[in-house]
Design a protein around this ligand. Structure first.
Ligand code: SF4
Length: 213
């Protein structure tokens, strides 16, 4: 199983954690999910309550009202249509309330070890900076297609995690840490920077291609 920094104990809990993590940090999600999962360990327990009750446990995350609403609706469908099991099929996952392509890809990759690659803001940014995709790949879906076309299938589940962590801790949005980046020797972004004679990482703020998207 591919790793994630989110903490969970089942496929249902992984889906809940990933849905909660949209526009929020994994650290924050890991603070609220222990209590949430104690009260609602599975889809069947969450399916029995109204969104207000779930909201009490997730008030500190971003967009708590809509996330609580989506979680309960998702849990009801999973409980009623799939006997509490998270579906493996991509289309069935995408049909669940509050589940977009990125969330479905994370679940497919982390829980089911399928060769899918979720493109979040970190993966998108790092892929462009490293020249893994072209300027024409200007949407998450295009980046996903370009990356999965060129990465060996057996490495795809891990590639999301590698790119995400690199973007979160090294190739950060506003001030990438090129001075301690193991990829600086092959990164076209730093090469272009050196040719311009401005190797300072502070200069990265000004480069339009480094804007977080
Ligand atoms: S060298 Fe700099 S821009 Fe290139 S991947 Fe590393 S941190 Fe990002």
């Amino acid at each position: 199983m591919v790793e994630t920094e989110l903490e969970f104990g089942s496929e249902f809990q992984l889906l809940v954690a990933v849905m909660l993590s949209a526009q929020c940090t994994d650290k924050r999600i890991n603070q609220v999910t222990p209590e949430l999962f104690r009260r609602f360990p599975d889809a069947k327990s969450m399916a029995q309550v109204e969104a207000d009750e779930v909201l009490e446990y997730i008030k500190s995350v971003s967009y708590p009202n809509s996330k609580a609403d989506h979680l309960v609706k998702m849990a009801r469908i999973v409980a009623e249509q799939y006997d509490g099991e998270i579906p493996h099929d991509m289309d069935q996952l995408l049909a669940l309330p509050g589940v977009g392509r990125k969330t479905a890809n994370v679940v497919q990759s982390v829980a089911f070890d399928k060769p899918t690659l979720a493109v979040d803001t970190h993966v998108f940014r790092v892929s462009h900076r490293l020249g893994l995709v072209s300027a024409k790949d200007n949407t998450p879906y295009k980046v996903e297609m370009a990356l999965t076309k060129n990465i060996p299938e057996e490495d795809i589940p891990r590639a999301h995690h590698w790119l995400l962590l690199h973007g979160r801790y090294v190739c950060t949005a506003r001030k990438p840490h090129c001075e301690r980046c193991d990829l600086s020797g092959v990164c076209p972004t730093t090469s272009a920077d050196r040719q311009r004679g401005s190797a300072s990482s502070a200069d990265h703020k000004e480069h339009p291609s480094w804007a977080d998207r």
